[in-house]
Design a protein around this ligand. Structure first.
Ligand code: PHE
Length: 343
């Protein structure tokens, strides 16, 4: 075999060896045996001196070609093996990268919170300040100072949860907060809304729960009139239900206001739902209101000869039921995710 033939043979062996390498380690080994310092192709250069002058350039050119080609094929082979190794690893880790991710549950606001915030925002825009008070109050604050002495029949309107402490109870409405606001701001004019949870010891039905949110409002100043009450509450209703909503005031009775009224908004009787929640009349009562009773003003430290004011109180859940068409108030505290996730 001539030296040139030996070179071609070393080349063939090298090619075959590379093709049969199945891991990157085997290619490294192959490199050592073929192109490395003592590799079969590399060692061929030692034959150079034995060549005739005429064969020398031929041999040199061919040797370079072979080295370059093997080098290039090695790169390709290694890249392919690397890819295959990664694929195998993914498969063996049993990670299915095409599976959809697990959704992270995201909390959301309870519909009562949303409407409560809407109401507070509207009053905030109208210049009212939020005033907070406690859920556990005295009989004095919840009833007596609001012109409901112990034997007053109006107490029957609100079945009360009493605590074991004499004269301490869960507030049945937010109206007691009126008294706290008056004591705090006296003798300044007042324009506050008082949000809060209220409690009543009632039979739980489709329309009544033992706990619910109210937002109370109180405005006191010189020359505050019934017109201010009507204007403020009508504007509120328009901002909450839409500019075209119709409202009306009906005379009513509360011991702490005189005169007293209830405000209705007109929903119409077109849909089955509107007929049902308005009992066929199209009108839905949304709040109680009135001019602050002189006795209440005096209890709060305001001289009724000099100051007048108006107050109102609304149930938030009522409003939510109306807004979202919720047929049963018991859903609110039922904690059923199928209900809550709809909002
Ligand atoms: N507190 C009354 C209720 O719970 C509502 C009300 C508040 C009425 C303020 C008049 C003035 O029904």
């Amino acid at each position: 075999m001539t030296i040139l033939e030996q070179l071609e043979a070393a080349y063939e062996v090298g090619l075959a060896g590379l093709e049969s390498a199945e891991t990157t380690e085997q290619t490294t080994e192959w490199y050592r045996e073929t192109l490395g310092k003592k590799g079969s192709v590399q060692l061929m250069s030692r034959q150079f001196g034995k060549l005739s002058n005429e064969d020398k350039p031929l041999f040199g050119k061919r040797l370079n070609e072979i080295k370059n080609e093997l080098e290039e094929k090695l790169q390709l082979r290694q890249a392919a093996l690397k890819r295959a190794e990664i694929d195998a690893k993914i498969a063996s880790d049993a990670i299915d990268v095409t599976l959809p991710g697990r959704p992270q549950p995201v909390g959301r606001l309870h519909p009562s919170t949303t409407v409560l915030r809407d109401v507070l925002r509207i009053f905030g825009d109208m210049g009212f300040q939020v005033f907070r008070s406690e859920d556990v109050v005295t009989d004095q604050l919840n009833f007596e100072e609001l012109n409901m002495p112990p034997e007053h029949p109006a107490r029957d309107m609100q079945d009360t949860f009493y605590t074991e402490d004499e004269g301490v109870l869960l507030r049945t409405h937010t109206s007691g907060g009126q008294m706290l606001a008056m004591r705090k701001f006296n003798p300044e004019p007042i324009r506050v809304v008082l949000p809060g949870m209220c409690y009543r010891n009632e039979q739980i039905t489709v329309r009544s729960e033992i706990q619910f949110h109210q937002v109370e409002g109180l405005v006191i100043g010189e020359a505050i009139s019934l017109a201010d009450l009507k204007g403020t509450l009508t504007e509120f209703a328009k901002r909450l239900f839409g500019r075209s909503v119709n409202t009306r005031f009906r005379a009513s009775y509360f011991p702490f206001t005189e005169p007293s009224a209830e405000m209705d908004v007109y929903l119409g009787t077109e849909t089955e739902r509107d007929r049902r929640i308005t009992k066929g009349t199209g009108w839905l009562e949304i709040l109680g209101c009135g001019m602050v009773h002189p006795v209440v003003l005096r209890n709060g430290g305001y001289d009724p000869e000099k100051y007048t004011g108006f107050a109102f109180g609304m149930g938030i859940e009522r409003m939510v039921m109306n807004k979202y068409g919720i047929p049963d108030i018991r859903y609110f505290w039922g904690n059923d995710l199928r209900f809550l996730e709809q909002f």
